[in-house]
Design a protein around this ligand. Structure first.
Ligand code: DX5
Ligand code: ZN
Length: 217
């Protein structure tokens, strides 16, 4: 399949959110990446349900909601109501991950699991068949605009092998520090979805930058 691009709204201009959403609507981007941070699981707070609802009102593409939140079971229903299409929880934040994943799917959302840079991809071997998406963090979560961690290149093929061996349908998403220098290598390594925040929103022509990130070669 052709890879997907999910611009992260964390780097959008929050005072002009509708304008930035419409820019993405009119671009070649596939999803909206929506980063929710609770100030506990990660050392930063981003935004919550009212903002997600406002995004949903204008977005014409799926909301890929990445929640960097401790004990996310408390909020699954509210994320559904706010408009999440894909809901990704952190492996490190879920004691009963299997239960959480089933609950996300029962609410009618696609279920993703995110892995911090230090968490091995084979931690997912016993749940991979239930997942729609695995998000490999290529920076430590909490902030946009950080430097890409090179070890990510080793994790993608290992995950790909697990997905193949188990006949899982999970997509591999890479999140953090994706730029115009590394996106091709990430696609070649087996990434299906690339998140890009700073690279898109700090560029002088975001629509063109998204089109470049969509190019295969
Ligand atoms: C980091 C978030 C990322 C972030 C990516 O905690 O999960 O989605 O917004 O931003 P860039 O592309 O700027 O690294
Ligand atoms: Zn993210």
């Amino acid at each position: 399949m052709k890879h997907l691009i999910a611009p992260s709204l964390l780097s959008a201009d929050f005072a002009n959110l509708q304008r930035d959403i419409e820019m993405i609507n009119g671009s070649e981007a596939d999803w909206f990446h929506v980063d929710v941070m609770d100030g506990m699981f990660v050392p930063n707070i981003s935004f919550g349900f009212p903002v997600i609802k406002a995004i949903k009102k204008h977005a014409t593409k799926p909301l890929d909601v990445h929640i960097m939140v401790e004990n996310p079971d408390r909020y699954l229903q509210q994320f559904k109501e706010a408009g999440a299409d894909i809901l990704t929880v952190h492996y490190e934040a879920c004691t009963h991950l299997h239960r959480t994943v089933q609950a996300i799917k029962a609410l009618g959302m696609k279920a993703g699991v995110a892995l911090n840079p230090h968490t091995p991809v084979n931690s997912l071997i016993d749940i991979i068949e239930d997942l729609d998406l695995v998000l490999i963090m290529s920076v430590n979560p909490g902030f946009g605009g950080q430097k890409f961690i090179e070890n990510t290149y080793h994790k993608i093929p290992v995950l790909k092998d697990i997905i193949r061996a188990t006949k899982s349908n999970a997509l591999i998403e890479v999140d953090g520090g994706v730029d115009l220098n590394n996106y091709k290598k990430l696609i070649e390594s087996g990434a299906n979805v690339l998140v890009a925040g700073n690279t898109v929103f700090s560029s002088s022509n975001p629509v063109q930058t998204i089109a470049t990130l969509k190019k295969q070669e």
